[in-house]
Design a protein around this ligand. Sequence first.
Ligand code: PBG
Length: 332
Amino acid sequence: MMNLPIRPRRNRKSANIRGLVRETSLSPEHLICPVFVHEGDGNQPISSLPGCTRWSVQGLVEEAKRLMDLGIRTLDLFPAIPDDKKTPDASEAYNPDGLIPRTIYALKSEVPGMTVMTDVALDPYNSDGHDGLVEFRSDGTMEILNDDSVEVLCRQALCHADAGADIISPSDMMDGRVAAIRATLDSEALDDVSIMAYTAKYASALYGPFRGALESAPKEGDKKTYQMDPGNIREALREAQLDEAEGADILMVKPATLYLDVIAAMRSHVTLPVAAYHVSGEYLMIKSAAASGWLDEREAVLETLTSIRRAGADMILTYYAPQAAEWLKQER
Ligand code: PBG
């Protein structure tokens, strides 16, 4: 026998001991479920996101009741807007009778315990498919306008808050939008409505399946003049300082698994809660490997979500929320 008084394996010798020493917890209360809603009747499978659904408003109400029972208490709404309502000025984004306000009313009246969060950005409404307004120049170049876009984003945020949204989540990455949205909400006595800022949203290859779900891909150009360069981390902390100073309640990093270092850095530099978005491409990486029988889906998902929590995320937005909640319920 080795003379070995220090044996770390003693703390791994049984499930009970492993439970006592586990540093990171994962439970349904940490999860937010992003959901897609459309204007028509009936629920549609989403071909670019197998396992996810484009819900009718009523279909989403029924799904929300099921999610409540599973312990998922926050939904993030994304609208599929028909092409004939998409315009260069994205005015459907603040239509008080639009799809999102109607969905909020339905959820709030029929599933009152559900916290409803909405995405604020123009890409589902904008015929150009960009998160802000686009100016096309005579020399053939284009620009995503910052300050003009922020005005529209404020109207959109107000429209969602008026309809009863609990949390507004600007995903557009325009400068100064958090302060502007905060001021707009406060001026209408909506000071109780929270802001979860997409603080460090990277220009990632992993959003493709989501854009397929909403048919919201940019018609021209890319999102690199507003979303962040994947090589940067100090810039994420700069964005965090700004969002904190501008009055954000929660900061988000997106995507999650390729950016665990950013989550950890943000956690150690700010006192605000940190969220991470496990995006559509990250979901599909596991989904497709599992469908081929190459990965154990349950083990891979729970390990992934635990790792995002370990890196420092207080909460995780994930398309796996319903399934993870089911798996967590089965776990001893
Ligand atoms: C749009 C938005 C995107 C996502 C959330 N809000 C796509 C994008 O920026 O192009 C991505 C979510 C995902 O991939 O799961 N403002």
